[in-house]
Design a protein around this ligand. Structure first.
Ligand code: DGL
Length: 281
């Protein structure tokens, strides 16, 4: 497949865990990523706010040449995807259905835990998607709002992170879950301490890989992105990937560098409320 442009977005650095899968599975595609760090966290926001934020970002990504959108945010996938699919022609894939299918596939006893933001849990999207595939599965959902601020602050393997995780996870372990969905794209950053607390008896499901696989099949089925050279070259690194943030550039650029192991080139700050403002990264 010739190079095209896939747009991804999240409230912050979490969606980079999905971008990593795009780089792995769709290396020929150029990525435009939007991290809405001026509005992170998304998890405590209302449906209206979440739809408005995602709408603005998708519209922006489309003007930047995105021809396929991957929601790299569970909260937006759970709350906004359905509404926005009706407003845009650009095809979109979210994390919930692929993540639910993957959890059902790997679960041995049909006792599936979900940790996610308050908005994702309130929307009930994972429970619904799992039950649709396998009505006999039991789903135990838990809102874990303290985790996103920890990850955004770079607190991954600290005693404080361990304490917060234990308080959230031990009740799920006691209930006897055999599988846990990491239902927020920030949480794979905490995979190591989560695995340590839950032990080997609980399988961890990060929906990112299954989601990008679903998007890849869709992209091929639709015959999309062939020979797309329409993207602007300004600000792109050697692979042409572009990272936009609505908040400060520095902390985000350093996570891109550390986590994706790639030089982000320019990270561009954009305020979608006003006229875009560009700064070097
Ligand atoms: N990473 C996002 C998610 O997957 C959003 C988390 C947040 O900002 O609260 O849900």
């Amino acid at each position: 497949m010739a190079q095209g442009t896939v747009g991804l977005f999240d409230s912050g650095v979490g969606g980079l865990t999905v971008a990593a899968e795009v780089f792995r599975m769709l290396p020929e595609q150029r990525v435009i990523y939007f991290g809405d760090t001026a509005h992170v966290p998304y998890g405590g926001r209302s449906v209206n706010e979440l739809v408005t934020l995602a709408d603005r970002i998708i519209s922006f990504l489309c003007t930047q040449g995105a021809r396929y959108i991957i929601f790299a945010c569970n909260t937006s996938s759970a709350v906004s995807l359905q509404v926005l699919r009706d407003r845009y022609q650009v095809p979109m894939t979210g994390l919930i259905e692929p993540g639910a299918a993957e959890a059902v596939r790997v679960s041995t006893a049909g006792r599936i835990g979900v940790i996610a933001t308050e908005a994702t849990v309130r929307a009930g999207a994972y429970a619904r998607a799992i039950k649709e595939i396998s009505p006999d599965c039991e789903v135990f959902s838990k809102a874990t709002p303290q985790l996103v601020p920890l990850v955004e602050a770079g607190e991954i393997d600290t005693p404080r992170a361990e304490g917060v995780l234990r308080a959230y996870l031990e009740p799920l372990k006691e209930i006897g879950i055999d599988t846990l969905i990491l239902g927020c794209t920030h949480y794979p950053f905490l995979r190591r301490p989560i695995a340590r607390i839950l032990g080997t008896g609980v399988r961890l499901v990060d929906p990112a890989a299954a989601t990008v696989r679903a998007a890849m099949l869709n992209i091929r089925r639709l015959g999309l992105l062939p020979g797309d050279r329409s993207h602007p070259k300004t600000g792109a690194n050697s692979a042409g990937h572009l990272f936009y943030v609505s908040g400060p550039v520095g902390p985000f650029a350093s996570v891109v560098r550390r986590f994706l192991g790639c030089e982000p080139g320019l990270v561009v700050q954009v305020n979608l409320d006003h006229k875009p403002k560009t700064t070097g990264g």
